[in-house]
Design a protein around this ligand. Structure first.
Ligand SMILES: Nc1nc2c(ncn2[C@@H]2O[C@H](COP(=O)(O)OP(=O)(O)O)[C@@H](O)[C@H]2O)c(=O)[nH]1
Ligand SMILES: [Mg+2]
Length: 683
């Protein structure tokens, strides 16, 4: 395979609502660029991206797929991502690997829930963005209205870079072309709007433009890239992945206008640990030390673990020795791959901008950094935030004896997917948390088909938390005389509430060796034992600061165990006096529904102790309702929404914050816990 210099590489993630046509578009681009002889179809399960058996069954992308093609001397890496809210983690992860987010909009549906979410995520990550309006061939599309909706939702900086012509059979470029025929608006107006917008980021050019009234396209390149980087310009292009209209023009936009890796915003890395950590940006220079970021890990049934990374700096070859994150032992690359859907193609080097993969390196985990310098360990990439998984199922093996393997396989799947969590509750439940029902189902199906492991599922308990609401003092003297040896430890501590989200803080202000420094970790250990099971209702305790300030020890009898016990009991003593409460999770919910159902949807939300925080028109006849509601009240919401909207509604939720649970609920939860404790003691 030919080698491409960094300047001749482009990286684009196709993101946006499910069914907008991302997979079909990726396929059409590969065909147009000559990387594929003919286009497959999503419906027949023959596309390069949707290669996974489960994707073929669902007719939807469930995971991101890496593709690449060559156009006019430029290599284009494309990441096709799923648009279903359940699999949004895959799309967010892909943003770490590219300069540009290509947000695909379905011309028939307009701006949708995931369109907005991805515009926002990509903006937060400092990516250049383009909007690709697909399906311009379809019946009943109102393209001027779609463009207006895009500008309404994302701002006036969304400007068409080409326009449909001949009734949507082709598109006409408006950037290089100062004039021409289009189906609506005019090429002249679009061209002028683009130039006006671009020169705004460059004062000198602006004066020149005002003087001369026109600017050479070549002079516009640098300010164009700057405008993209700064989010001052979001080009909009029109395509039909089905008829191929706009494909040549889109490839031309990729090649001539999208940033190469030296023109995008380089990602932020951190070096060192804790307070000593410093931030720095990678430099897309092939001659420097290697910095590569693993943005995706897959368990390939044939080659095993594949670590897929983006090179941000330096050159990786098959002879490169790479360190994994903080690890001290390097591995030799050996075989280096580039992916085309489910196919791995061996390559001999990867430079800044390339997306490549290595197989069978156990230490590689999602989000780790690969590097080749001995003195620069502890390198991390500034982490992306992912939505917190709020849908859970409690699982149990169908066959006894499968417990170990299930936990093993689930841990491997979690390593691939940052939006999947496994929790072992204190009620002996194993709960798998994901972003939605389909997300969880796909995991369990993969487990059943690929690993022959079957489980039964039931709804899990709500992830309540506990905290305290006032400061208090705690004390415990642990004294035991067993035979000759004794145990002695005494601890005085103070606790106080931290703001929500403050977690746990341990402070040691013991003076004069009242508790020897060597035994402080034992005290801390005892205290931390309480964190996983709060005394009020058995839920994890959070948002509390503990200050151990005094104590007593005995030169002979003071052992670690004594201080673990004293720490734990002193903490429990303080909690009992600090007005503990149960916190319940409150989620932000977004519902898309026909405007006619708005009253039902908002009324229903209020009846669930919820609160509507906003409504927004997405396009003619469709509303987005946002609100907040306690998670416990959303039981059965999917079915309710379906019946309220005749199947037209869509929704997603994300953890917003924790709030004090209503008194009745608190009493009920602590009564249940007390009963559970009695059972345990009797058993
Ligand atoms: N009419 C029309 N249909 C399209 C076009 N592109 C995709 N589709 C159809 O839209 C559906 C969703 O496409 P898909 O590529 O799976 O969307 P994705 O979820 O964004 O990857 C499929 O039935 C496609 O055949 C297009 O340009 N025009
Ligand atoms: Mg797809």
């Amino acid at each position: 395979m030919a080698n491409y210099a960094t300047e001749h590489i482009r990286t684009v993630a196709l993101v946006g609502q499910g069914s907008a046509g991302k997979t079909t578009l990726a396929e059409a681009l590969l065909v147009k660029a000559g990387a594929l002889p003919a286009a497959g179809s999503v419906e027949r399960g023959t596309t390069v991206s949707d290669f996974d058996p489960l994707e073929k069954q669902y007719l939807h992308s469930l995971r991101s797929a890496l593709l690449h093609c060559e156009t006019r001397g430029t290599r284009v890496h494309i990441v096709d991502t799923p648009g279903f809210p359940d699999f949004i983690g895959q799309a967010i992860g892909a943003l770490d690997a590219v300069e540009t987010a290509g947000v695909v909009v379905d011309a028939q549906a307009g701006v949708e829930m995931i369109t907005s979410r991805m515009m926002e995520w990509a903006g937060k990550r400092g990516l250049c963005r383009i909007v690709i309006v697909n399906k311009i061939d379809a019946d009943h599309v109102d393209l001027p209205a779609v463009l207006a909706a895009i500008q309404g939702a994302f701002g006036k900086e969304c400007l068409p870079i080409n326009l449909p012509a001949d009734g949507g059979k082709r598109v006409v470029d408006c950037f290089f072309n100062p004039s021409g025929e289009a189906d609506f608006s005019s090429v002249e107006a679009a061209h002028r709007a683009l130039v006006d917008q671009v020169v705004e980021v460059d004062e000198d050019l602006m004066s020149l433009y005002l003087e001369q009234g026109e600017i050479e396209p070549d002079q516009l390149h640098a300010p164009f890239e700057k405008a993209l980087r700064e989010g001052h310009l979001v080009p909009v292009c029109f395509v039909s992945a089905r008829t191929g209209a706009g494909m040549t023009e889109l490839l031309q936009v990729f090649d001539r206008l999208l940033p190469n890796p030296t023109e995008g915003n380089p990602p932020l890395f951190t070096k060192g640990e804790g307070d000593a950590a410093t931030e720095f940006r990678s430099e897309p220079d092939p001659a420097k030390h290697v910095l590569a970021h693993v943005f995706k890990v897959v368990m390939d049934p044939f080659v095993g673990k594949l670590g897929i990374f983006r090179v941000h700096q330096g050159t990786v070859t098959k002879d490169t020795q790479l360190f994994v994150g903080d690890g001290r032992k390097p591995f030799k690359v050996g075989h280096l791959f580039m992916l085309q859907g489910g196919k791995n193609v061996e390559i001999d080097r990867a430079v800044p901008g390339d997306l490549a993969a290595v197989a069978k390196v156990d230490e590689i985990e999602f989000d780790c950094v690969l590097h080749d310098s001995h003195d620069e360990d502890q390198i991390h990439m500034k982490p992306l935030e992912f939505p917190t998984p709020m849908h859970g199922v409690a699982i149990e093996p169908k066959r006894r004896g499968d417990e170990g393997r299930i936990s093993d396989v689930l841990h491997r799947m979690i390593a691939e997917d940052p939006t999947l969590k496994l929790e072992q509750t204190n009620l002996n439940e194993t709960v798998l948390w994901g972003l939605g029902d389909l997300h969880l189902r796909s995991v369990l199906e993969r487990m059943a088909t690929q690993f022959k492991l079957e489980v039964t599922t039931r709804p899990p308990r709500i992830p309540y938390r506990e905290t305290i609401t006032s400061a208090a003092e705690g004390h415990h003297r642990h004294k035991k005389q067993t035979g000759g040896a004794g145990q002695f430890g005494e601890v005085y501590l103070k606790i106080e509430p931290l703001p929500r989200g403050g977690g746990f803080e341990f402070v040691n202000t013991v003076k004069g060796g009242a508790i020897p420094t060597s035994l402080i970790p034992a005290v801390q250990k005892g205290i931390e034992q309480v964190l996983s099971e709060g005394p009020l209702a058995g839920f994890p305790l959070q948002d509390v600061r503990v200050n151990v300030y005094d104590g007593k020890y005995h030169p002979v009898d003071s052992k670690e165990v004594a201080f673990v016990a004293a720490g734990r009991k002193a903490f429990l003593d303080a909690i009992a006096k600090a007005k503990p409460i149960v916190l319940e999770p409150v989620v932000g919910i977004e519902v898309n529904c026909p405007a006619a159902n708005m009253g039902d949807v908002t009324g229903d939300l209020s009846s669930r102790r919820g609160q509507v925080t906003g409504t927004k028109t997405m396009q003619a006849g469709v509303l987005a309702v946002t609100g907040l509601a306690p998670l416990v009240e959303l039981d059965g919401y999917a079915a309710r929404l379906k019946s309220m909207t005749g199947g037209q509604g869509a929704w997603s939720m994300e953890l917003s914050h924790y709030e004090q649970a209503p008194p009745v609920l608190q009493q009920q939860l602590s009564a249940e816990y007390a009963k559970h404790r009695r059972h345990e003691e009797e058993a």
